[in-house]
Design a protein around this ligand. Structure first.
Ligand code: PFF
Length: 445
């Protein structure tokens, strides 16, 4: 039984810190660029509202009711077959896979914070060479930054839920929001702002690819940290009288707002320089520094602010991936927090090194399986298979295998009967069917 509780703002900021990550600032803008803009954003927003939010509330409810790790949550809340349901708690394993490549990317970002103090690459070609060179040839440099990112995240979690996780989020989240809002204010003064606004908010359905709908659904999932027990674990530390419904809405709102602000900032810079939005994952690491270089010193300042914000976003998310596993090990095996971190650390560090090696030209052959590098395998396995599967399990569990009465007793003080009925319908049918579509699409198309 977990007896540690977040403070008043603690849960919202920690959950928002988990949700707001590389998915918002790095992935969302390039996905929007690749999927034609406004129409994609509209579907993403609808998905957050109708699927993401329901699932977020479901995970929070499970954590809050069980006050335990994910395995305990499934075990104690199941109406029947507790012995089987407890295995659903192993959705936390997805976190081990995500963490391995996520910390490699945070390492890249830390390096870009340092690079932002130097002369920025003057053209997209130079920037592309710099980024490509780092990822495909610089083994030791990457290893250094990866290790730094890794140690930083584990150190934060080692300090505990309140002195570590809550404190870091209370500091990093407001700062991240401040940096992004300042960048947004500056972007408003640039000529590309109007075009960026239309690109993001004027849906043009003719530009939507067939796979965009499902890409938007999948991303709504990843961005809210759903399907691997992070939100459930934070839910276990919710204050006694927290309004679960309101906090879920707040977190989903903060997460969405930050993705939109990051999108506005990045697209304003792109359009200001007449660049194309369809540049894929290199958008932030390649196009942005090159564009900013023409601003001189101001460009450096913007780059430093931007990559620092991105590092904060990544770290607060990584921390939320570590905590569920640590909580499971400490609760179920009676081990100390330090020992739990050591076990998880050894596992994920090794996998992270393999992921990093799989991008290095001279080393990749030994870490490529079925034609895919280990880095891509981790990404694919976690985002395309395991997270949706975890989300579906949670939805089906809450919808069909928990006592409805228990859910009503917890939630009805915070939401009307009608809203509860809508949520229940969504968690039983809309969410599982939606998730199934995402999975089938990713696996077979
Ligand atoms: N929500 C994070 C992002 O958008 O980058 C990623 C993430 C964090 C996914 C925690 C899953 C998770 F459990």
């Amino acid at each position: 039984m977990n007896t540690i509780r977040f403070g008043r703002l603690g849960f919202i900021l920690a959950a928002a810190g988990s949700a707001v990550g590389l998915g918002n600032v790095w992935k969302f803008p390039y996905m929007t660029g690749e999927n034609g803009g406004g129409a994609f954003v509209l579907i993403y927003l609808l998905t957050i509202t109708f699927i993401g939010l329901s699932l977020f509330l479901a995970e929070t409810v499970m954590g809050r009711l069980s006050r335990g790790d994910t395995v305990t949550a499934f075990e104690t809340l199941a109406k029947t077959h507790q012995n089987y349901w407890k295995y659903a708690g192993f959705i936390i394993i997805t976190g081990v896979l995500i963490l391995a490549f996520y910390t490699v990317v945070i390492g890249w970002i830390l390096k870009y914070v340092v690079l932002s103090f130097q002369t920025l690459p003057s053209t997209v070609e130079v920037a592309g060479g710099l980024f490509g060179g780092m990822v495909t040839t610089d083994t030791y440099g990457q290893l250094g930054y990866f290790t730094l990112a890794f140690v930083l995240c584990f150190w934060i979690v080692s300090r505990g839920v309140k002195a570590g996780i809550e404190k870091v989020n209370l500091f990093m989240m407001p700062l991240l929001i401040l940096i992004l809002l300042t960048l947004l204010l500056y972007a408003m003064s640039l000529s590309g702002f109007g075009e960026a606004f239309s690109f993001l908010f004027k849906p043009d359905f003719s530009k939507l690819h067939s796979s965009s709908v499902l890409a938007a659904v999948g991303h709504a999932f990843f961005t809210l940290s759903l399907g691997m027990g992070s939100i459930m674990t934070y839910g276990a530390s919710l204050p006694e009288k927290e309004n679960l419904f309101r906090s879920s809405i707040m977190v989903a709102f903060i997460d969405t707002a930050i993705a939109l602000v990051a999108g506005m900032v990045i697209f304003t810079f792109l359009f200001h320089f007449g660049a194309q939005p369809t540049q894929g994952p290199g958008l932030v690491f390649v196009s942005l520094p090159a564009l900013l270089s023409s601003f001189g010193l101001l460009g450096n300042i913007i780059a430093i602010a931007f990559f620092t914000a991105l590092a904060f976003a990544g770290i607060t998310s990584a921390v939320s991936i570590i905590e569920p596993v640590v909580m499971y090990i400490t609760n179920r095996f009676n081990l100390s927090r330090m020992k739990a971190l050591l076990i998880l650390g050894v596992m994920t560090y090794g996998m992270g090194v393999l992921a990093l090696m799989s991008n290095i030209e001279t080393l990749k052959a030994s870490v490529t399986f079925f034609g895919k590098g280990f880095f891509d395998i981790l990404d694919f396995m976690s985002s395309s298979i395991m997270l949706p599967l975890g989300g579906m399990l949670v939805a089906l569990f809450v919808g069909f295998f928990m006592e409805k009465q228990t859910l009503q007793t917890l939630l009805l003080p915070y939401m009307s009967k009608r809203l509860f009925a809508i949520w229940y319908l969504s968690i039983r049918y809309v969410t599982p069917v939606g998730v199934l579509c995402v999975m089938l699409n990713k696996l077979f198309f």
